[in-house]
Write a protein that binds this ligand. Structure first.
Ligand code: FAD
Ligand code: DLZ
Ligand code: SF4
Length: 508
């Protein structure tokens, strides 16, 4: 009897488990653009356009490979509006009872599939190096889960950058060579821009018509939308940016949104690239003498370390994870995140770039927009929804642990051992943003004091009971305590007053 083979928008590879298990001669592949997926958060128009175009091209590719594909477009009058609805519709069309699916990357959709009254086989998503079981075994009995130790296991497991059973270069981690600020360079090559085509044009018109109010600029659109294009983006990164990736991975520059970053997470997460092919390309670049170890190790760590680690956490911690809020932060997400005015240049740059490109690099996400939300005590649920909506690479399995855990410390320290907070000095050191800001980064109090400077102390004092005994934070409290009483009072009062203005909707 015919079976339905579900392929979701972020499962666009012939290697996906459900397709590997399916039989071309008998089964029907089901793919669907549906309102439920396009609207569970107000996704950036570029993200929707990227996925729908990549889905349509992947469906065409499968047909070329002789698969029978039932593809539903968003504007199809028969569209049932949700993945379960589409499965039921196709089941009755083909007289099918059984569905083969690969586990979705979000609890919401896993539960929705489990509720469909069809005979569902849910296969593990083995695009990842570490299965849920392996991660649970690794985590078992550990007092704290630390990425660095998990990463070493993944290095051993894959053999990447290993010299026998020792790490290449004698060390697991070369981060002390990294984290330098960058200088403007007119010859730095950003990611390659894709040419438009008729599939993309049709999707752009659809997205423009259906999602006119979503935050984010749809055009110009230059992301790759198929495997060949994603491979070109990977080649381009290895050739032009990987050698300097490590050294400048934390740098931020006005007018240079990509620096030496790969801009491949959107392709990798959607299935257009695979973990091992990316990492092996980087490793070969090291062995060929094209890229130094600090860059290649740092890059591979992000993918087989952080990326696998956060996925492990998402599935280990369970469906309530995105709703955690241990710091009890309740402030509404300020309007500036949705494009409202701000006088803070770092925020304007990171958010403006997000609006234009559906992209910001890690340090912009963590140490600018994330840092500000945490210092200001914004409700982490609202922060989570924002990150899930605005980035082209965002799916809950990867976004939630990064946002709720790493960035907002709302999980109480599952992902990180301390909150990522900083005053303006860090942003000033790593970027050129402060040079053209309304505020003055060197000023600690007064009308023009950098808000990060004020809020940094306000955050630490608000949460003194929780963090004072953390050995990695004790020095910060000692610094605060050494200030004279009047200065401490001024800082906290000005921070509180800033927060009031922020909440009242004033442009800050
Ligand atoms: P590069 O900087 O070139 O890094 C190379 C690759 O490493 C990335 O493509 C990505 O696959 C991987 N990687 C790097 N850091 C991480 C990380 N912390 N977690 C997982 N993978 C990582 N990444 C997403 O893929 N989707 C998200 O929704 C997402 N949300 C984030 C939210 C916050 C608050 C923060 C702080 C980080 C988030 N990240 C997310 C991680 C990281 O910022 C992005 O993976 C990266 O910026 C993507 O750009 P790139 O491809 O140029 O990456
Ligand atoms: C993100 C997304 C969007 C915007 N639209 C669709 C869609 O119409 N059809 C689909 O199959 N998948 C879509 N996706 C990706 C899913 O939301 C994603 O598979 C789940 O969030 C699990 O990661
Ligand atoms: Fe951001 Fe403060 Fe620098 Fe302005 S002065 S760009 S607000 S860190």
């Amino acid at each position: 009897m015919v079976r339905l083979v579900l392929v979701l928008g972020d499962q666009l590879t012939p290697e996906i488990a459900a397709l590997r298990k399916a039989e071309k001669s008998r089964d029907v592949v089901v793919m669907a653009e549906v309102a439920a997926e396009a609207e569970y958060v107000p996704h950036h128009p570029k993200k929707i356009a990227f996925l729908f175009t990549a889905m349509r091209k992947f469906a065409a590719h499968l047909r070329e490979q002789s698969w029978r594909v039932s593809y539903t477009r968003l504007d199809d009058p028969e569209n049932a509006g949700s993945i379960p609805g589409e499965l039921l519709r196709r089941a009755s069309e083909f007289g099918a009872r059984a569905v083969l699916a690969t586990e979705p990357g979000e609890w919401r959709l896993i539960h929705a599939l489990q509720d469909v009254p069809l005979d569902l086989t849910l296969l593990p998503d083995d695009r990842f190096l570490c299965s849920h079981g392996e991660f649970a075994d690794w985590a078992k009995g550990r007092k704290a889960l630390r990425m660095e130790y998990f990463y070493r296991e993944m290095r051993r497991k894959t053999g990447l950058l290993m010299d026998g059973d020792k790490p290449e270069g004698g060390k697991w981690n070369f981060d002390h060579d990294n984290r330098k600020p960058a200088k403007a360079d007119l010859f730095r090559k950003g990611p390659p821009e894709a040419q438009g085509d008729s599939v993309l044009d049709e999707v752009l018109d659809l997205v423009e018509a259906r999602f006119p109010a979503n935050f984010g600029r749809l055009r110009p659109f230059s992301y790759q939308t198929d495997r060949a294009g994603a491979l070109r983006a990977l080649d381009h990164f290895i050739e032009h940016a990987l050698p300097d990736f490590g050294t400048y991975q934390d740098a931020m520059l006005e007018g240079d949104p990509h620096l030496y970053h790969a801009v491949i997470a959107l392709y990798l997460n959607a299935g257009l690239l695979s973990v091992l092919e990316i990492c092996k390309r980087a490793e070969t670049a090291f062995h060929d003498g094209h890229a130094p170890l600090n860059s290649v190790e740092g890059f591979i760590r992000q993918i087989i370390g952080w990326r696998e680690f956060v996925r492990g956490i998402y599935f280990l911690e369970g469906p309530d994870y995105p709703a955690r809020n241990v710091l009890n932060h309740q402030r509404a997400l300020p309007a500036m995140y949705w494009g409202g005015e701000t006088k803070m240049n770092c925020m304007a740059q990171a958010i403006g770039q997000t609006r234009d490109l559906a992209y910001a690099h890690h340090i912009q996400r963590l140490m600018v927009t994330g840092n500000f939300a945490l210092l200001a005590g914004v409700d982490p649920g609202q922060v989570h929804e924002w990150y899930l909506a605005v980035y082209a690479d965002a799916y809950e399995w990867v976004e939630a642990p990064n946002t709720v855990g790493m960035s907002q410390f709302a999980d109480g320290g599952v992902v990180g051992s301390k909150p990522y907070v900083s005053s303006g000095a860090y942003i000033d050191r790593m970027s050129d943003y402060c040079q053209s800001c309304h505020y003055r980064v060197k000023e600690k109090t007064g009308a023009r004091a950098c808000p990060f400077n004020l809020l940094y102390w306000h955050f630490l004092i608000r949460h003194r009971d929780r963090f004072e005994s953390n050995p990695r934070m004790a020095q910060m409290y000692r610094t605060f305590d050494k200030m004279d009483d009047a200065r401490r009072e001024t800082v906290l009062a000005e921070a509180a007053e800033f927060l009031d203005r922020l909440s009242s909707g004033e442009t800050v």
